[in-house]
Design a binder for this molecule. Structure first.
Ligand SMILES: [Zn+2]
Length: 410
């Protein structure tokens, strides 16, 4: 199977030459029978010219000169307009074969033709943008996609590509602008995604230490949708500038809605911006400690049933040096839940070791090793299965938003 594939790749031009010849013979036969538009003599001369082109091209192919072969193929467009479809196919094949420069030269030559319809010119321009995009010429791709939109704005595939590029390079201003455009053109609800993009924009202001601008973009994000990332950032901003009671309330709401984000929430809250005024930072740190204590004292039954919430509590306690309380909490939970996950068991063993309870640690380890599942990463994408230890609101692999799933790492 693989061998055939490699052969097909090596002989792409030959395959195309044969296919083109078949297409032209087909046209010749069809047109010979219809015979309305062209006189017989004219048709025959076209066929002869075409045959000559393909004979030349095939000779170049045999001698291994691919560039000259392409040139011969391209000159055939002059002879028969019907073949324009074949040239789009040829350009697409080159692009998918990674021969970007050849694809570009085909599409450029199509755009430059005088005798081409406006719709085909637009199509060639779109193809050219795709060539640049695939080839990694981002600036040229953006420029060409924009040229397409200047001719016709109703191109949701093109707008979608611009969205992807701007999100990739984290230019959130433009990403926002084109998402808005996409929601109008494609008639698709983009509110959740726009909210995420605005949160990314707000985070950039946070990193620069501009809390006011950060709050403005965040407010805008909520206008579109109350995404999880927006709620976490709002909680953080509240700890900086708002009152502590409100922060406690927001934390509780977040945990009730998404208990699996528990540890991530605290990870996010402990990330600092170097640019924020040190005095404000100091106030923040104090409030953050109050919030942690509030979380550790939460005894809501629904919340305590969630392994994520328990593990977050255990790890916060361990981090603050209170392994004893952490152990008691976990032991209690394990006794109430029949099937604790491997991660819970591993955490339990860790605590036993930390408390120097060697015999118990040894027997618990033995039991765990007996039926250990290997978990790979902390997070994965539910849409495409992408694995990562980092947080991704937008999957780097399939570019979907908020498809992240959590699993606890052993
Ligand atoms: Zn994905």
């Amino acid at each position: 199977m693989e061998l055939y594939f490699i052969w097909a790749q090596d002989n792409l031009l030959t395959i195309i030459a044969v296919a083109l010849t078949l297409v032209l013979i087909y046209h010749y036969i069809v047109e010979r029978d219809s015979g309305v538009k062209l006189t017989k003599r004219y048709r025959n001369s076209i066929f002869e010219a075409q045959s000559k082109v393909f004979l030349n091209a095939t000779q170049y192919l045999i001698s291994g000169n691919k560039d000259l072969a392409i040139k011969e193929f391209l000159s055939a467009v002059d002879i028969n307009r019907e073949t324009i479809e074949t040239y789009f196919a040829l350009g697409g094949l080159f692009r998918s074969n990674g021969e970007i420069e050849k694809a570009i030269s085909i599409h450029r030559s199509l755009i430059a033709r005088e005798n081409i319809s406006e719709s085909n010119r637009l199509r060639a321009l779109k193809e050219l943008a795709l060539d640049f995009d695939k080839g990694g010429f981002i600036d040229k791709a953006v420029e060409t996609y924009k040229d397409v939109l200047k001719i016709n704005r109703d191109q949701h595939e093109v707008i979608r590509s611009l969205c992807r590029i701007y999100e990739d390079i984290e230019d959130w201003d433009h990403a926002y602008q084109y998402r808005l455009m996409l929601s109008k053109v494609a008639h698709e609800n983009q509110a959740e995604t726009i909210s995420h993009i605005l949160v990314q924009k707000a985070k950039q202001y946070f990193a620069k230490g501009d809390l006011n601008k950060c709050a403005e973009d965040l407010e805008e994000a909520f206008r579109f949708a109350p995404s999880v990332s927006a709620k976490i950032l709002r909680l953080k901003l509240h700890l900086y500038t708002g009152d502590i009671e409100q922060s406690k309330f927001q934390l509780l709401e977040l945990l009730k809605e998404h208990p699996m984000y528990a540890s991530f929430i605290f990870e996010s809250l402990s990330e600092k911006s170097e640019k924020v005024d040190p005095k404000i930072q100091e106030v923040y740190q104090k409030r953050f400690e109050i919030l942690k204590t509030y979380f550790l004292e939460l005894s809501d039954d629904d919340l305590l049933a969630s392994p994520s919430v328990i593990l977050s509590k255990v790890r916060l306690l361990k981090f603050s040096g209170d392994a004893e309380t952490a152990f008691e909490l976990l032991k209690q939970w394990m006794s109430e839940n029949i099937k604790p996950s491997d991660v819970m068991k591993a955490e339990y063993i860790n605590l036993l070791i930390e408390l120097d309870r060697k015999d118990e640690a040894l027997s618990a380890t033995k039991e765990l090793l007996g039926n250990l599942h290997h978990s790979l990463t902390k997070h994965f994408c539910q849409a495409c299965g992408y694995n990562s230890d980092g947080i991704f609101w937008r999957c780097p692999q399939c570019h979907e938003w908020e498809t992240i799933q959590f699993r606890w790492k052993v």
